[in-house]
Ligand binder design. Structure first.
Ligand SMILES: NC(=O)c1ccc[n+]([C@@H]2O[C@H](COP(=O)([O-])OP(=O)(O)OC[C@H]3O[C@@H](n4cnc5c(N)ncnc54)[C@H](O)[C@@H]3O)[C@@H](O)[C@H]2O)c1
Length: 349
């Protein structure tokens, strides 16, 4: 299959690109190379005859249209987005432009392309989204996000992603465009940009800096190893039913404080400090405004209909992730100079 992947130089997109090429798909990576992108993430496939790169901005409809005309993809996997909640609090405008208007441009270009190639039912526009569109859950562990949970986004980031999900469904209902949607829980793993919680904790620990925990650390997230997410995304693309949404999650709920303690324990074992534990560096900082209390995915649909299972437990995945950061210092050092990295963002006023 010829896939047009947007955002393929980012964290999850690059995992998708690496896996798709390894599976023998032809991949066109459309990415604007914003602050969050890193071409090193896809260096392993850059010379493959199956891979090509288009630097283009999804906010520019003409640029998007040109990529569709040049490559005539069989399917689209749309991951390009502004993705950091804290940045969305400080500057929501670009989240609306990229995540909402950019998705609109992608849909319009995909629709025109689909018309040109005779409207095959086998075409797919796969929209990759987040569980954050469903809002915040109570502590009761029996309550989880299903595909039928009403949307209730609470940050500029999640509101922009919710809007994009609605556009994708509308283009299916109104124009018949064959789409699939996925809403996934928090990802972690190799190549995670060093502004997100897990890399921030690993790198701050190694630098002997405070390990910042928002509020009291009781917020719960449901963690999924990024390569398991990439596997799920290709499965949904190949076998998901047109017009259908699939929730993806690892059923690995942890409070932020538990997660940080686990990371510290792994670091204590792999790179012991001269004295004490990395956990001694834990520091509680002012909470994020509107910080959602709990996210948890019910992955029954993707498990029963498509047979997907995550391949690693969160403990295995975190150990692999810590090891990757220890072995790939050149990668993360190069990103630490980028604007905003290492600063506290999103405190609002
Ligand atoms: N990270 C998570 O835990 C998570 C969980 C569920 C869903 N998602 C979704 O998955 C997708 C990818 O997330 P990520 O964490 O890999 O993001 P990321 O920030 O690491 O990467 C985003 C990529 O999109 C590109 N991009 C941004 N704006 C663009 C534009 N205007 N035109 C073209 N390219 C642009 C960037 O250059 C970057 O390469 C997003 O849609 C996000 O909402 C993320």
């Amino acid at each position: 299959m010829k896939l047009l992947v947007t955002g393929g130089a980012g964290f999850i997109g690059s995992a998708v690109v690496r896996l798709a090429v390894a599976r023998g798909h032809s991949v066109v990576n459309l990415d604007a190379l914003t602050y969050a992108a890193c071409l090193a993430n896809i260096a392993s496939v850059a010379d493959s005859p199956l891979y090509s790169f288009e630097q283009a901005d999804i906010r520019d409809p003409a640029a998007v249209e040109a990529v569709f005309r040049r490559h005539a993809p069989d399917a689209v996997m749309h991951l390009a987005a502004e993705s950091h909640v804290d940045r969305s609090i400080d500057g929501p405008g670009v989240f609306i432009e990229t995540n909402v208007a950019g998705t609109y441009n992608m849909l319009q270009a995909a629709r025109a392309h689909w018309d040109r190639i005779g409207r095959p039912e086998s075409f797919r526009f796969h929209h990759i989204s987040t569980d954050e569109v469903f809002g915040s859950l109570p502590a009761d562990p029996s309550v989880k996000f299903t595909e039928d949970t009403p949307y209730d986004p609470r940050s500029p980031y999640s509101a922009s992603k919710a809007a994009s999900d609605h556009l994708v469904r509308a283009w299916h209902e109104t124009y018949g465009l064959p789409v699939v949607l996925t809403n996934c829980s928090n990802n972690y793993g190799p190549y995670h940009f060093p502004e997100k919680l897990i890399p921030v904790i690993i790198l701050s620990a190694l630098a002997g800096k405070p390990l910042p925990i928002y509020g009291d650390g009781s917020n719960i997230r449901d963690w999924l190893y990024v390569e398991d997410h990439a596997e799920a995304l290709l499965l949904v693309l190949e076998q998901g039913k047109s017009g259908r949404g699939y929730n993806i999650g690892g059923e690995n709920e942890r409070t932020n404080l538990e997660l940080v303690h686990t990371l510290c324990a792994i670091l204590d074992e792999k790179r012991p400090k001269a004295s004490g534990s990395y956990a001694d560096q834990i520091t509680f900082v002012t909470d994020r405004p509107g910080h959602d209390a709990r996210y948890a995915i019910d992955p029954t649909r993707i498990r029963t209909e498509l047979g997907w299972r995550p391949s690693v437990t969160v403990e295995e995945g975190l150990a692999r992730t810590v090891e990757w950061y220890l072995q790939n210092e050149d990668w993360w050092r190069a990103l630490q100079d980028r604007k905003g990295v290492g600063e506290r963002l999103g405190k609002a006023s």
